[in-house]
Design a protein around this ligand. Structure first.
Ligand SMILES: C[C@H](O)[C@H](O)[C@H]1CNC2=NC(N)=NC(=O)C2=N1
Length: 99
C-alpha cells in the first residue's frame, strides 16, 4: 500500500525536530546510534521500542552490538522502493521521548 513520502521541506523539518538523527540511504532513511552502559540496558531499550513499533505498526531496522544500538527508520511502503514518511517522524519522536 502506498504511503506518501516526505518532501524536501518536510524532511528538513524532521531533521530539525530530531537533531540526533541523520539522513542516510540517499535521503530515504534516518539513523540514530544509542550507547548504553551494558547489554541489559540496550536490550531493555530495544524491548520498549519494539512495543512502540507494534503499537504504531511501524518497525525499525536495527543493529545491536553489546551496549550499542543503531536504529534506522524508513518506510518500506513509501515511494517506489521505500523512503521517509510521517510514520518515521512519529516513531523517531516516540524513540526520542524514551531515550
Ligand atoms: C502490513 C503492515 O501494516 C505493513 O507491512 C507495515 C508494517 N511495518 C512497517 N515498518 C516499516 N518500517 N515500513 C513499513 O512500510 C511497514 N509496513
Amino acid at each position: 500500500m502506498a504511503v506518501p513520502e516526505l518532501d524536501a521541506q518536510e524532511t528538513e523539518q524532521l531533521l530539525a525536530d530530531h537533531p540526533d538523527w541523520s539522513l542516510g540511504r540517499e535521503g530515504k532513511a534516518i539513523t540514530r546510534t544509542f550507547q548504553f552502559g551494558d547489554f541489559s540496558e540496550a536490550w531493555g531499550f530495544m524491548s520498549r521500542v519494539a512495543l512502540l513499533a507494534e503499537a504504531q505498526d511501524h518497525h525499525p531496522e536495527w543493529f545491536n552490538v553489546y551496549a550499542k544500538v543503531e536504529v534506522t527508520l524508513t518506510t518500506h511502503d513509501a515511494g517506489e522502493s521505500g523512503g521517509l514518511s510521517a510514520r518515521d517522524a512519529k516513531l523517531a519522536a516516540s524513540i526520542d521521548a524514551l531515550a
